[in-house]
Design a protein around this ligand. Structure first.
Ligand code: TXA
Ligand code: MG
Length: 320
């Protein structure tokens, strides 16, 4: 259950905000991937969201906000470099980990002392968050709207396919078109002297250094639970093979300059890195839809967004 709503008028978003305020689950579009939204202060609603995702309950979730004022509600001791990042890249595909206030409960942070905050760059998401704030809400916890370990959804139809059988009739799926970025936000730990990137994304290390004037450090705390950093994640049913040779009956994802061998199903032929990130998850889903057993992926080279794409491909191929 959980109907798809394709005309996200203000009226619809007001109703969805009311639904969230009373414990409903509302999947909504963002520029990265679709999120499964829930009031970040409603413990029982968050527990239901974990059930729908089949995700371990001690994992932290990102709090989504529409207004910079909300940062101080959730976080404290904010370093200057984090403020520079907010100014330069919010709204956008970037999550900042900051020291939490008492408002960020254990059920949001996974009992860690830091809270993840993001301002998404999508009209539907921002308007939903604004309507939610008008009702007294302070933020929406929203993990990617997929079952635990599966590929993140970049369309409303993919959310429906993943989750509708676990949603209640009151829950909703807002359709805001295909996500433009296509891979999850960059997660930046801002609780140390230097920022460090825990999950690569469209906001690259180069962009962080340019904005802050500070060198990005290697993450030193391997204990930080970033669920997407478990080795196997973002996995389709199909077997993913990296940089192999595609055989007849198998599928191929590679940049457009790579030719398709005979009788191989070409799932994507992106012309640049932005397009690669945008189409990757939909291509993996398509492999499963077509019942293809093996997907060959040629990884993109270089820095910038290629780092995030290689990260997700490597995880989708990991077997445990
Ligand atoms: O692009 C995105 O970030 C999407 C959209 C919906 O905003 N959301 C997303 O959420 O990818 P999720 O839950 O699938 O992945 C968020 C990651 C998780 O790996 C989680 O462990 C980490 O962020 N995270 C969130 N809060 C954290 C915290 N307080 N400390 C450490 N890691 C945190
Ligand atoms: Mg996820």
């Amino acid at each position: 259950m959980g109907a798809i709503i394709s005309q996200c008028s203000l009226n619809v978003l007001q109703q969805a905000a009311e639904n969230l305020k009373t414990g409903g689950l509302v999947a909504f579009p963002t520029e990265t991937v679709y999120g499964l939204g829930v009031d970040a202060e409603n413990e029982s609603a968050i527990a239901r969201m974990y059930k729908v995702k089949n995700r371990p309950a001690d994992h932290p979730v990102i709090v989504h906000i529409a207004d910079l004022d909300a940062v101080d509600y959730w976080a404290t001791d904010i370093p200057d470099y984090a403020i520079a990042l907010m100014r330069d890249y919010w709204p956008g595909p970037m999550t900042l980990l900051l020291k939490r206030t008492e408002h960020a409960k254990d059920f949001v942070t996974g009992s860690q002392e830091m809270v993840g905050i993001r301002m998404p760059a999508h009209t539907v998401a921002l308007n939903l968050l604004q309507e939610f704030a008008k009702l007294g809400g302070h933020g929406l916890a929203a993990p990617s709207a997929n079952r635990y370990g599966a590929v993140s959804p970049t369309t409303a139809a993919a959310v429906e396919q993943e989750l509708s059988q676990y949603l209640e009739p009151r829950d909703q799926i807002l359709d805001g078109g295909a996500s433009l970025v296509g891979v999850e936000s960059t997660i930046i730990d801002c609780t140390k002297e230097n920022p460090s990137i825990l999950r690569p994304g469209a906001i690259t290390a180069e962009m962080v250094e340019q904005s802050t004037g500070i060198i990005v450090a290697e993450p030193d705390d391997k204990k930080v639970r970033v669920s997407g950093s478990h080795k196997q994640h973002y996995s389709p049913q199909a077997n993913v093979v990296i940089d192999g040779v595609a055989k007849a009956g198998e599928a191929l994802i590679a940049m457009s300059d790579v030719e398709t061998p005979k009788d191989v199903v070409r799932l994507a032929a992106p012309k640049n890195l932005e397009e690669y990130a945008r189409v990757l998850y939909a291509a993996l889903r398509e492999a499963d839809k077509q019942g293809i057993a093996t997907v060959n992926i040629v990884m993109p080279e270089g820095s910038g967004l290629a780092v995030a794409i290689r990260d997700r491909i490597t995880r989708s191929a990991a077997s445990a």
